[in-house]
Design a protein around this ligand. Structure first.
Ligand SMILES: Cc1cc2nc3c(=O)[nH]c(=O)nc-3n(C[C@H](O)[C@H](O)[C@H](O)COP(=O)(O)O)c2cc1C
Length: 176
C-alpha cells in the first residue's frame, strides 16, 4: 500500500481520536500540524480538522502545502457538532470548505464528515465567548430544529458523538 500520513489539528481531542484510529488502521504516520515536517515522502495524506464557526480548523496548513498536496491522494475529514448525517448540515460543511480552501484543493480532495463532541465548561475563554453568542442567538429563535436543541444542550451537559466506526469508509477509500 502507498505510504500514508494522517495530519490533524484538534483543540479538544475529538478530531485527534478519529485521526489516531485512522492512522492505526492504516498503519500510517500520525502528526499534528505543529509536528509535521516533510510530507514529500508520502503518497497519501489524510487531513482532519474540527469545524469552528463555519471554518475548517487548520485550513491554513492545507493551503500552505497546496502544491504538494495536489500531487498526492488527499483525503480531508471534518469533525463538528452538527450531525453530518443531516443533508442540510453536510451541505453547510461542504460550503465552508469551498469558502476556506481554493477550488482546486476542494475538487482534488475526497471529503468525509464526522460527528464531534463539545464540553462547554472545558472551552477556552475565546471559544466560550463565541458559544455564548451562539446560545443567545438560538434562544431568540421562536422554533428550534433538532440541531438547535443539541447546541442548547451543550451549554449544560457535555455531548460526545465521536464514534470511530464513522471512519471505516474513509479507511476503505485510502486502501483502494
Ligand atoms: C467556538 C466554537 C465554534 C464551533 N463552531 C462549530 C460549527 O460552526 N459547526 C459545527 O458543526 N461545530 C462547531 N463547533 C463544534 C466543534 O467542531 C466540535 O467541538 C469538534 O468536535 C471539535 O473538534 P476538536 O476538539 O478536535 O478541535 C464549534 C465549537 C466551538 C468551541
Amino acid at each position: 500500500m502507498a505510504k500514508a500520513a494522517v495530519v490533524f489539528r484538534s483543540e479538544y481531542g475529538s478530531t485527534k481520536r478519529y485521526a489516531s484510529y485512522i492512522a492505526e488502521k492504516l498503519q500510517a504516520d500520525l502528526f499534528s500540524t505543529d509536528e509535521v515536517k516533510d510530507i514529500s515522502v508520502y503518497d497519501t495524506i489524510v487531513y482532519g480538522g474540527g469545524i469552528y464557526a463555519g471554518a475548517l480548523n487548520g485550513s491554513d496548513w492545507l493551503q500552505k502545502n497546496k502544491e504538494a498536496l495536489l500531487h498526492k491522494k488527499l483525503i480531508i475529514f471534518t469533525c463538528g457538532i452538527s450531525d453530518p448525517q443531516e443533508p442540510k448540515n453536510l451541505e453547510s460543511i461542504h460550503a465552508y470548505l469551498k469558502k476556506n480552501l481554493t477550488e482546486e484543493l476542494v475538487c482534488h480532495a475526497k471529503v468525509f464528515c464526522f460527528h464531534g463532541a463539545l464540553d462547554y465548561k472545558k472551552l477556552k475563554f475565546t471559544h466560550k465567548g463565541i458559544m455564548t453568542v451562539v446560545f443567545q442567538a438560538l434562544k431568540r429563535k421562536k422554533e428550534h430544529s433538532a440541531q438547535d436543541e443539541v447546541m442548547l444542550k451543550c451549554r449544560d451537559v457535555p455531548v460526545d458523538f465521536v464514534d470511530v466506526s464513522q471512519a471505516e469508509a474513509l479507511i476503505e477509500f485510502v486502501k483502494e
